[in-house]
Design a protein around this ligand. Sequence first.
Ligand code: SF4
Length: 254
Amino acid sequence: MTTPQDINAQIDTLIAAGALFVANHSGGKDSQAQLIRLLERVPATQMIVVHASLGPMEWTGAMELARDQAAEAGLPFIIAEASKTLLEMVERRFQSRPEVPSWPSASTRQCTSDLKRGPIQREVRRYAKAHGFKLIVNCLGLRAQESPGRAKRKEFSQMGISNSVNTWYEWLPVHDLSTDQIFSIIKQAGQQPHYAYALGNDRLSCVFCLFGSKGDLRNGRRHRPELLQQYDAMEKHTGYTMHMSRIPLVELVA
Ligand code: SF4
């Protein structure tokens, strides 16, 4: 069994070996606390911050929060953009296979793989190549408390995408922290979390997420009514619902 001490030793070895540490930053509280923690340990010369842009689908100010936190720390900031938006992805799927659900689901999360993971890996590869990094530590602000699936994730592991050019590791530096601890790290650093939390949001990222709680979705309706209309129109057009509950979005936010 891998102990926290083993993981710490491996991280120290990777820092000493000059690995590139990639702080994935959604603009959410967990990413923000993660970056604060990383800066306490990893030299800034070995770090970059990457934000997967969801364009108009994400909360206004999420990218700006990630960008400003990176700038304050003097870190390179990269925006990873997909070639399509979430709604375009849904439309394409509907056009090619109308007989299967057009929206991403918990088991088929193309939104994460196509709009976030893929574009981020592409940008990190580019950066690593341009700056001579061979070892890459991909840091994610996932926490065990968020879901049973995330609780099962290993805190540190080698990634399957490693090849003869780059060796990739995944590290979850805030995996064992509670929500209160996350907010407390942000407060102690003299920073503010994204304003959506003060509005009552549990999570950030897409305004309308397939995993979103009713409260988050209702906040989305209040602040992005025009986006709600687009999601509603796409649900009606495809005949499939966006949310994992399979309840139409307009009913969930009512
Ligand atoms: S926030 Fe939700 S809908 Fe958006 S990419 Fe992530 S899982 Fe998909």
